[in-house]
Every structure is written in C-alpha cells, then in structure tokens.
Write a protein that binds this ligand. Sequence first.
Ligand code: FES
Length: 168
Amino acid sequence: MTHAVSHGEEYQPVFVGKIMDELQTVLQRYPTKQAALLPALWIAQREQGWISDRVMAEVAEVLGITPAYVKGVVTFYTMYHQHPVGKNFVQVCTTSPCNICGAEGVLKAFLEHTGAHDAGATSPDGKWTIIEVECLGACGFATPVLVNDDLLENVTPAKVPEIVKKYR
Ligand code: FES
C-alpha cells in the first residue's frame, strides 16, 4: 500500500512556527545544514509519525540539499519509517547469535500477542508494528528488543505478554 501524498492534496509543512524554531536551535549546533539532516528527520518523524516523500522533499528544501540525498539517508537507517507505523514500533534482533538463543520465538510471540501477525505489518488496532532487524549491539543479552526508544534485554517468548500489556 502506498501512502504518498498526491499533488492535489494539501500538505501541511512540518517546519513552521515552534518546530522551525526547534530546528534553528539544532542547526546552531552543527557546522553545516547538511550535517543536521539526521536530527531534522528525527523531528519530522516525531511530528508526522513517518517520513513520506513529501516530508523528504521539505527537509531537503529546508536544508538546501537534494531530495535524493535525503532519501538515501532515510532508506539507510531502519529508525526512519517510510510507511505509517503503529503507536509502538518493535524491533527484534534476529541475526544469527540471537537466533541461536531463540529470537525467532520472541518475534513470533510479539506477532501473536499484538495481533500484527506479519513482520512489517501493523496490527488492526494501529498500536503495533513489529520488524526484524540486524544486530542491535546487545548480543550478550539475547534476545534484545527495541520498543520505541527502550532497549529491552533477555526477552523470551514468556516475557512478551507482559511487555505487550505494559506498552499497549
Ligand atoms: S546479534 Fe542480536 S544483538 Fe547482536
């Protein structure tokens, strides 16, 4: 399903008023506008929930860089959403070291208990999107799971219902 905003629809810019002030404060901390791309995208995602093509175009315009460059960065990092996601964005490491310790079972438990059913899909209530990711840098604490900005360690399938209840 594509969620791109068509040309006929009205686009509400992100960087106006208080949000533009916030960006200006961020820009003061960076040597160039281009260097502030990651925090600018972060602000945009916080405001809109995801980064559409139109948002990328706005960020490019505000920072004076090309939309292609912005898109390259957005597609490189899994922390930027290119589609609308659920209220809770869950990233389960399923790379080999974690997989050996049961990461697939953890992923399956999240898909079942949230009703999302498929990795990358959003649950019908709009609350959950679960994805598989590469190494989260916490291999000694299998299985590590990122729920939004919280890194949870040593997650097992048995712990998943409690986690889902907490964030629901
Ligand atoms: S392999 Fe899973 S955190 Fe490193």
